[in-house]
Design a protein around this ligand. Structure first.
Ligand code: NCD
Length: 305
C-alpha cells in the first residue's frame, strides 16, 4: 500500500509496490487511450516545487494530476518565489504542505527531497535531488522496458553516458539489481559510476564496465543513453572536453540486434543524432509519454481515496 507514503528513493518501494504501480499504470493508459474521464483526485491539490529546470517531469506530473480530475499549484522557478528572499527549504515546505495534498520536489542538492519529507506531513515525491536519485523516472524506465521489450528479466541493458552525475542511472541500477539482468556500463573514465552505487549492485548483477560501446552493441537488448550533466561540473573546461565523447548514430543503431530498443530519459543534447528518431529501436519519445500514466498511477495510489 502506497497510501500517504513519500517516495524519496527507489529503495522506498518494494517489488510488490512496483508491480502494483505497473498494474495501475496499465489501467491509466487504457483510460487515457479510450478518453475516459477520471475523477480519482477531484478536490485534491498537487504542488510542484521545482528548484531546477524541468520540462517532462513537472509537466507530466501536472498533466497526470489534471487527467485525474485534480488541480495543481506550481513553483516552477525558485527565482520568482520567496527562495530568492532567503526562505529556507524547510519553511517553504511547511507552507506548501498546508496548501496541498501531495508535494513533488526537484532540487539541486542531494538529500533535499528527504529533508523536505521530514518537514511535511503530506507525502513528498522526489523528482530529482542533485546527482542523487530520480525514482519516478526509474518507474517510467522499467515500465517502458516491460511495454516495449516484453519483460525485464533476461535482458542485457547497456547504459552509456554520464554515470557519475546522472541520477536517473543511479535509481535505475538500484532497481535493476532486483531483476535477472546483465548490465554493461559505458562512460568516459571520469564519468564512471560512483563507488557507492557500484557496490550496491555488484554481486547482485552481472556487470561489465568499459569506455567502449561498440563491443557490447550486438548483445544489447536495451541501450539506455544519458546526457552529460553539464550543470554538475565545477570545471566548465572539463565539460567542454567530454561533450561529444560518445554519440549514437544510425551506424550504432544498425549494430543492435533486431528487437532491441533505445531509451533516454531526455533531454538529449547531441548524444543521439536525430536520424535515429524514426528508426524502429528509438523508444525515447514513447518513454516520455509513459510518464503520464505511470505518474497518474503513483499519484492516485499515494493521495487518492
Ligand atoms: C533527467 C533528470 O532530470 O535527471 N531528466 C528527466 O527527468 N527526464 C535526465 C537529465 O536531465 O539528463
Amino acid at each position: 500500500m502506497l497510501k500517504n507514503r513519500s517516495i524519496i528513493s527507489i529503495a522506498d518501494l518494494s517489488d510488490e509496490d512496483i508491480n502494483e504501480i505497473f498494474t495501475e499504470a496499465d489501467k491509466m493508459l487504457e483510460n487515457l487511450n479510450s478518453g475516459q474521464k477520471m475523477n480519482d483526485m477531484e478536490s485534491r491539490i498537487l504542488a510542484t516545487l521545482f528548484y531546477e529546470p524541468s520540462t517532462r517531469t513537472r509537466l507530466s506530473f501536472e498533466s497526470a494530476m489534471q487527467r485525474l480530475g485534480g488541480s495543481v499549484i506550481s513553483m516552477a522557478d525558485s527565482k520568482t518565489s520567496s527562495t530568492s528572499k532567503g526562505e529556507t527549504l524547510a519553511d517553504t515546505v511547511r507552507i506548501v504542505e498546508s496548501y496541498s495534498d501531495i508535494i513533488v520536489i526537484r532540487h539541486p542538492l542531494e538529500g533535499a527531497a528527504l529533508l523536505a519529507s521530514k518537514f511535511s506531513s503530506k507525502p513528498v515525491i522526489n523528482a530529482g535531488d542533485g546527482s542523487g536519485e530520480h525514482p519516478t523516472q526509474t518507474l517510467i524506465d522499467l515500465y517502458t522496458i516491460r511495454k516495449e521489450s516484453g519483460s525485464i528479466d533476461g535482458k542485457t541493458i547497456t547504459i552509456i553516458g554520464d554515470l557519475k552525475y546522472g541520477r536517473t542511472v543511479h535509481s535505475l541500477l538500484s532497481a535493476l539489481a532486483r531483476y535477472r539482468v546483465n548490465v554493461n556500463l559505458v562512460s568516459p573514465e571520469s564519468l564512471a559510476l560512483p563507488k557507492h552505487v557500484y557496490n550496491e549492485i555488484k554481486g547482485r548483477l552481472k556487470v561489465n564496465v568499459s569506455t567502449d560501446l561498440e563491443p557490447f552493441l550486438a548483445q544489447t537488448d536495451i541501450l539506455y543513453v544519458t546526457r552529460i550533466q553539464k550543470e554538475r561540473f565545477t570545471d566548465k573546461n572539463e565539460y567542454a572536453r567530454l561533450i561529444g565523447s560518445y554519440k549514437i548514430t544510425g551506424r550504432e543503431a544498425d549494430m543492435l540486434p533486431s528487437g532491441a530498443i533505445i531509451m533516454h530519459p531526455l533531454p538529449r543534447v547531441d548524444e543521439i543524432s536525430p536520424e535515429v528518431d524514426n528508426r524502429e529501436p528509438a523508444k525515447y519519445f514513447r518513454q516520455a509519454y509513459y510518464g503520464v500514466p505511470v505518474r497518474m498511477a503513483l499519484i492516485s495510489m499515494i493521495a487518492g481515496e
